[in-house]
Design a protein around this ligand. Structure first.
Ligand SMILES: NC(=O)c1ccc[n+]([C@@H]2O[C@H](COP(=O)([O-])OP(=O)(O)OC[C@H]3O[C@@H](n4cnc5c(N)ncnc54)[C@H](O)[C@@H]3O)[C@@H](O)[C@H]2O)c1
Length: 317
């Protein structure tokens, strides 16, 4: 049994997670702008710092788990980015020293399947987030309000993946993962629930209903537990089959050797086919290992003759 911090603890997913964890015998320290053990506004650096100090005091300087779940949608894209990305990252980074004192420590940031449902999200905003430039991120979000939520969640998933594998995290025995829920019936989406449920092929939900907050809580409880000891840097989607319906061939993504999947996908079809044919030519004669003259790394003849060049990549987008 441990001490778990949940941000956004007064919301739909936060409350359900609190209930599940308390039922499992954990102590929960809730953080929210309302109705929580620690009241804090995670949209500002001052609020984030105050939260870290208050959680340290409430926990005695040691926690075993963290769910960074505070998040918003809505008409203020600057706030969306500040809370969903910068608030979440500051929470996870700021509470890491407390996690380092815990047992089998595990942290989870709540991203969203919206990071994959929009076709082209602005790279500039993702980069500004990952470069920790909050001023620029807020400016870019303000210029393109409709993509701010999804982009903040995409950036968060990417930050989790690149951070989780570092020495401060898995190198120190602390697991960091992301979860990406689909449509979940909570106050966050209450106004638009019926509209989203009726988007059909644009936003398919094969399970035929919105998710329940308790279903997200179940996954969070598992990822927090030692049973999830091999999870590190994952972006776990729970979307009632929506991703599988929209992107049946895109994920998992198979990349061969050094070929950059995304760059390759963007090439015009004709050039792409010509190149594929050229590079595949040596494979028609198994055992032909002469390097392809037009590409140095790796030689074409060595491509899929063994499984060693194949990499399965789970991407946030
Ligand atoms: N509901 C969905 O369909 C859905 C889907 C994917 C991801 N998510 C994500 O899950 C997380 C939880 O969402 P939810 O559905 O429970 O929403 P919710 O609105 O019920 O809960 C969000 C909570 O965050 C708190 N919060 C908002 N601004 C804050 C601030 N500045 N400082 C501190 N706390 C603040 C709110 O008070 C609220 O209690 C969010 O990050 C959301 O983006 C939700």
């Amino acid at each position: 049994m441990g001490t778990i911090v949940i941000t956004g603890s007064a919301g739909g997913i936060g409350q359900a997670t609190r209930e599940r964890l308390v039922r499992d015998g954990h102590e929960v320290i809730g953080v929210d702008i309302r109705d929580a053990e620690v009241i804090a506004d995670l949209s500002t650096p001052e609020g984030r710092n105050a939260m870290i100090g208050a959680v340290a005091a409430a926990s005695g300087g040691r926690i075993d788990g963290l769910v960074a779940g505070a998040g918003i949608t809505g008409p203020e894209p600057e706030q969306v980015v500040s809370i969903n990305y910068f608030g979440a990252v500051a929470t996870v980074e700021g509470l890491r020293p407390l996690l380092a004192q815990g047992t089998d420590s595990s942290a989870i940031a709540i991203s969203s399947n919206s990071s994959t449902t929009l076709v082209e999200l602005p790279d500039g905003l993702v980069e500004a987030c990952l470069n920790d430039d909050e001023d620029q991120a807020r400016e870019l979000a303000g210029a393109d309000p409709s993509t701010a939520y999804a982009t903040s969640k995409l950036a968060l998933a990417r930050w989790v993946r690149r951070t989780a594998i570092g020495t401060d995290w898995i190198g120190s025995g602390i697991r960091l993962n992301g979860v990406a829920p689909g449509l979940i019936d909570t106050p966050l989406v209450a106004e638009n629930l019926d509209m989203i449920m009726n988007l059909g092929d644009v936003y398919p939900i094969p399970i035929g209903r919105p998710g329940r907050a308790a279903e997200v809580a179940n996954l969070l409880a598992f990822l927090l537990s030692p049973d999830a000891s091999l999870f590190c840097g994952s972006a776990a989607f729970l979307d009632g089959g929506g991703g599988a319906a929209r992107l049946p061939r895109r994920r998992p993504l198979l990349r061969l050797g050094g070929v950059q999947g995304r760059r390759q996908r963007r090439r015009p079809q004709r050039r792409r086919l010509a190149r594929r044919q050229h590079h595949r030519r040596p494979l028609a004669h198994r055992g032909l290992t002469a390097p392809c003259p037009r590409r140095r790394e790796p030689p074409c003849g060595t491509l899929p003759t063994s499984g060693s060049n194949a990499v399965i990549v789970f991407e946030a987008r």
